[in-house]
Design a protein around this ligand. Sequence first.
Ligand SMILES: Cc1cc2nc3c(=O)[nH]c(=O)nc-3n(C[C@H](O)[C@H](O)[C@H](O)COP(=O)(O)O)c2cc1C
Length: 340
Amino acid sequence: MRLGNLQLHNNLVLAPMAGITDYPFRQLAREMGCGLTFTEMVSAEGLLRKGESFLKMVEGEHPVSVQLFGSKPEVLAEAAAKAEAMGADAIDLNMGCPAQKVVKTGAGADLMRFPEKVEGLLIAMRKKVACPLTVKIRSGWDEEQINAVEISKLAEGCGVDAITVHPRTRAQSFRGRADWSVIAAVKRAVRIPVIGNGDVNTPVLIQKMIEETECDGVMIGRGALGNPWIFSEKHSGFPEKGPTISPEERKGMIHHHLSLIQSYYEERNLTPQIRKHLYWYTKGLPNCATFHSQLSSLKGKEKLLQAFHSYFDSIQRREPCQRSVPEEDRSITGWVEKAL
Ligand SMILES: Cc1cc2nc3c(=O)[nH]c(=O)nc-3n(C[C@H](O)[C@H](O)[C@H](O)COP(=O)(O)O)c2cc1C
């Protein structure tokens, strides 16, 4: 897939996820084969105020797209220029965040309701950056206002290089199923690359989304949690529910991920990071419920690591196990709604 002047080595993309797609997670996804990673969404105003420390986080990282949210053309344009100058390979405008605190400022999914405003933002941003400019949209504001096709054509007309479609409305937030027919409709309507997103958590679903929608790339969010193997070619031919990862391989991956986390975060911020990733890596494994209740009560890095080792000792004696893939991960849906 090619976004403007940026050639990617494959068409798999790590979704922007606030509180999750930090530097260690993006690095891991890239190591596993992911073609493009996105930062968590970043406030354009915040970036202009204290951007140096933030943008350090993309230093030396390629290819990475910095996702901005905001609602003022001059602020978004300046922030985009600053991010590009500091090493971003692409800039993305967030038009999908459903959180009330973002929407009420006129940013995120609120933009889906105001095409003329979007045009002003994109024209201003396009003038300021030479790198690929992309947008990430939803189906529309609600069931009565599905306008992904209209917004996509408008974005293409403003010189945007690619569009990611997460086909849920703002009203749906993260509930219900993503309606892939909206991705297909956008793909038929524009000539720039379309990246499909929503409910892909196995290699089979990657293929299915491409076949059903003819999208150019597939963006994966929740399906990558505790599952960086989703980006790996080695696993692309695996059965319906995804690859069977031996406990040794899973443990090795967790060790590696935790070491990336430990070299990135200060000691006092480690515990919540370690806890959430241990939870995701072990979801669906034998006796995980007991381990998860331990995770939520234990405090401090050392105790969490001890619990992780004894849990793996207890399952390592078993046959390689396939993680069950939940239909809809309600725990994360609730968590996102609180976190955003
Ligand atoms: C915890 C969490 C945080 C998210 N943060 C962002 C964000 O910062 N920017 C954005 O455009 N989408 C964000 N999303 C939406 C995802 O990028 C993606 O569109 C959505 O989860 C659907 O894809 P999936 O089914 O592969 O998870 C977030 C989703 C989750 C679960």
